[in-house]
Design a protein around this ligand. Structure first.
Ligand SMILES: Cc1ncc(C[n+]2csc(CCOP(=O)(O)OP(=O)(O)OP(=O)(O)O)c2C)c(N)n1
Length: 244
């Protein structure tokens, strides 16, 4: 009993708290929207960060909608979230959902390496190539595991981000300026995995209305534009696979 309590407290609980799902809607921030945001939101700060994104030469991760990045020295893996039964019963993708994206974020390096191995091994298996199992040391700074899994940096850029909070519980609005010349805003709500995503979508819908967002087209993110401009082959492969 004692052992299982220790495991729950030190091994399982911390990981449960890390399993967050990010629901977000991107938008192009016009002068009018900025005015409303500055009036109704609270600016919680400005920061800049450098992102490096990694994949294999065959785009094995991104073609499965997995996005591995290093931001300011920390590893993050964004994984696609499949629709649950309640969402399917709700009639599949609603209008609100069509404008939003949702990803599960893994930040524990061991979990990231395991998931990446799983995702790239599937591809390796199907092509009958040799599987590399020794991933090397597992510290945030040690990057030898990347070459062990044939991962290379394919994109890197710096973003200046201004963040605001809105009245709605847990709604954050970020205004990003990427150094390759693309500005994009996002309304974001974090939910714990398994929680009802519908309430997050509703909050995002209300925030969008408040800001006066019009149009019902999904707005491209920084990576979409980066790939389109700098890596057309990779971009085309992702478009063909309906990832972007
Ligand atoms: C609109 C849209 N954007 C990105 C993707 C896929 N995708 C490409 S790169 C990528 C990873 C990060 O994308 P994004 O959330 O746009 O970056 P950022 O805002 O800097 O991250 P945050 O600070 O919020 O964690 C994804 C999920 C998609 N399917 N649709």
């Amino acid at each position: 009993w004692e052992q299982s309590c220790i495991e729950t407290c030190f091994l399982i609980l911390p990981k449960m708290f890390q399993m967050s799902v990010e629901v977000e809607r991107k938008f192009i921030c016009t002068e009018e929207i900025l005015k409303v945001l500055e009036k109704t939101g609270v600016c919680v700060g400005q920061r800049d960060f450098h992102d490096q994104y990694f994949d294999t030469a065959n785009f094995d991760l991104t073609l499965q909608d997995f996005w591995l990045r290093n931001r300011k020295g920390s590893w993050e893996l964004k994984c696609p979230v499949t629709m649950n039964k309640a969402d399917q019963a709700n009639g599949g993708q609603s209008k609100a959902e069509a404008l939003c994206s949702r990803y599960r974020e893994i930040i524990d390096l061991t979990d990231i390496q395991q998931k990446v191995r799983e995702k790239t091994d599937e591809v390796v298996d199907s092509q009958s190539r040799t599987i590399t199992t020794d991933d090397g040391p597992k510290t945030q700074e040690d990057e030898t595991w990347l070459s062990g899994m044939n991962l290379k940096c394919f994109a890197e850029f710096t973003t200046v981000r201004r963040s605001f909070t809105l009245e709605e519980d847990g709604v954050q609005v970020d205004l990003d300026q990427a150094d390759f010349g693309y500005n994009v805003g996002e309304i974001e709500v974090l939910v714990t995995e398994g929680e009802d995503v519908q309430s997050a979508l509703e909050k995002i819908g209300k925030a969008a209305q408040k800001l006066g967002l019009t149009g019902n087209q999904k707005i491209p993110g920084k990576m979409d534009i980066y790939l389109q401009r700098h890596l057309p082959k990779h971009y085309e492969a992702l478009m063909m696979a309906h990832i972007l």
